[in-house]
Each structure stands twice: as C-alpha cells, then as structure tokens.
Design a protein around this ligand. Structure first.
Ligand code: ATP
Ligand code: MG
Length: 277
C-alpha cells in the first residue's frame, strides 16, 4: 500500500514514520538539457528509499538538489515540512541531510579517527588544543556501536577496504546529527563481501531511525534493504512502489529495460546470423 504520491503536501496518518524530505514535481535543467522532470519523492525516517536508473537517468542530479550542490528550477522541496532551497552543502547539512560520495568521503592519508572528526575536531583547555585521545576514543565507541570492527584506528584510511571506508563516512554523518543520509552508489565499486558490509550498515542506519536514500544501479542490492523504490528514466519517474507492491523480478525487469533488451537480443541474433553466412 503506497501512501499517495499526490501533488499536495502529504500527511502520514498510518504508522510512525515521519517524512523528512518531500519533493513535489521537481525539475532541473542544465542549459537546454532537462535532467529531471516532475519528480515526486519522499524520504521518511526509519526507511530506505532506493533510487535506481541507468546512466544519465538523473540520479546524481536528484541527490545534488537534496544535498545543496544544485538548486532545482521547478516544483517544490519540503524539508521537515518547510519549503526549502539550499544554496550550499553546508546548508543541507544544517538541515540534517548528509551525503556520502563514493570517492570524496574521506582523506586517504589521515588516520581513521582524524577522518572521523575532520572539520569537527574536539578541543580542550584554554589553548584549545586538539584532544587526540578523546577523538580516538569516541571514534572507537561509535564504530563499535554501529558494529564496525577496525582494530587499529591509527591506520590511514587508504589502507582500509572500500566497504570499511563507506561505513566510516556513514558513521561520521550519523554521529554529527544527520537525519537523512544519501549514499551515491556506495556498492558500485565493491565486491560481494564488501557490498554486504555496506548493505548491513544501511540497515543499521535505518534501524537507528535515519532516512536513507540509496542510489544504485543494482536491483538486487536495492531489494535487499529497500522499503521504497523509485526508478528514474531520462529524468522522469518510471516506477514508484513500496516494497510490498513490488517483486525483485519486477524491479530487475524495470531496470534491465525489458523491451530494450528484447530489441537488443533480436539485433544481436541478426548480427550472428549475418556472420554465419
Ligand atoms: N553539470 C551538468 N551540465 C550539463 N548537463 C549535465 C550536468 N550534470 C548532468 N547533466 C546531464 O543531466 C542528465 C542526468 O545526469 P545525472 O548525472 O544526474 O545522471 P545519473 O543518473 O547520475 O547517471 P550515472 O549513472 O551515469 O551517474 C544527463 O543527461 C547529463 O548529461
Ligand atoms: Mg550519477
């Protein structure tokens, strides 16, 4: 049962979930390229909203709007019920929306705990000296609390696996008060095992009450953790379903582009036949 995707500002009568971000008919053009058109999307507390779509579908544009990198030029964005236009990522962060990018998340040569507190260092005493011991201790506590085990927090982040790095970036966002975390293809460059680490972590963040926006090409990853699924095609929403109204097969077929695949298969068979002649 999906809650209505009506154009009006929604209310949630059912269940305890609270809507944190709501996009209503949002559009965005880059010059004469329309990257997004009439997009409606809800991000709710304690839920994973998956955004899927092929290359160029508009996924990154969508999260850039929510994370304050780009403004939208049609429709409305409500954050905690208030009409919002962010003019910088800092403003989005101030509203509790944190974004974890695949590569830019951490400083590779710095230690785990330095990265954790980068830009938010703990200081002590009248001279405001860095309280390294305390930062290392809090980092250890936070990572343990979220089920991540990294034995040596002095190690540079570069020596960690991609999955561990993603988890540290997420843990940091949560520690510093994020209400929404947006993950841009966090499993794209990872193997099966490391993807599993990140997916479990997404579930933990969800269960801690955050709203998670999970951008991915991979319907299997999405279906493992998602509550709500949106597929973008050429900047428009092609599918918008709650988990209970959607099977993995339907999601996969939508992503694979059933018709386009049939057409491609036909073309390849013709090429094979021509080569045999
Ligand atoms: N800064 C920009 N200037 C001009 N056009 C852009 C810009 N960013 C994106 N576009 C165009 O907007 C459309 C959507 O791009 P976007 O990056 O949002 O897609 P995406 O779904 O994230 O793709 P991918 O899976 O390849 O990351 C594309 O046609 C793209 O070429
Ligand atoms: Mg992208």
């Amino acid at each position: 049962m999906s809650t209505a995707t009506e154009d009006t500002m929604p209310t949630h009568e059912s269940g305890p979930t609270t809507e944190i971000v709501r996009l209503v008919d949002v559009g965005k053009a880059y010059g004469n390229v329309t990257a997004l058109r009439e997009v409606n999307l809800s991000v709710r507390q304690g839920e994973v909203t998956c955004v899927l779509g092929d290359n160029g579908a508009g996924k990154s544009t969508l999260i850039k709007i929510m994370s304050g990198l780009h403004d939208y030029d049609a429709g409305q964005m409500y954050v905690n019920g208030e009409l919002s236009h962010f003019s910088s990522p800092r403003e989005a962060l101030g509203a509790g929306i944190a974004t974890v990018y695949q590569d830019l998340a951490l400083a590779p040569l710095m230690s785990v705990w330095r990265n954790f507190f980068l830009g938010n260092e703990i200081r002590r005493g009248p001279l405001r000296l860095l309280d390294n011991k305390r930062m290392e201790q809090v980092t250890g506590e936070e990572l343990t609390r979220m089920g991540i085990s990294i034995p040596d927090l002095d190690r540079p982040v570069a020596s960690l696996s991609g999955g561990q790095r993603q988890c540290i970036a997420i843990a940091r966002a949560i520690h510093f008060g994020a209400k929404v975390i947006i993950l841009d293809e966090p499993t794209a460059a990872l193997g099966v095992k490391q993807s599993g680490v990140v997916l479990k972590y997404i579930v933990r963040a969800r269960d801690a009450g955050l709203g998670v926006v999970f951008i991915t090409h991979n319907p299997h990853h999405a279906y493992l953790v998602g509550n709500h699924f949106v597929v973008l095609k050429l900047g428009r929403i092609a599918l918008d379903e709650e988990r209970e109204d959607l099977t993995l097969d339907q999601l996969t077929a939508e992503m694979a582009g059933g018709d386009e695949l049939a057409e491609l298969s036909h073309e390849i068979r013709q090429m094979d036949a021509a080569a045999d002649r």
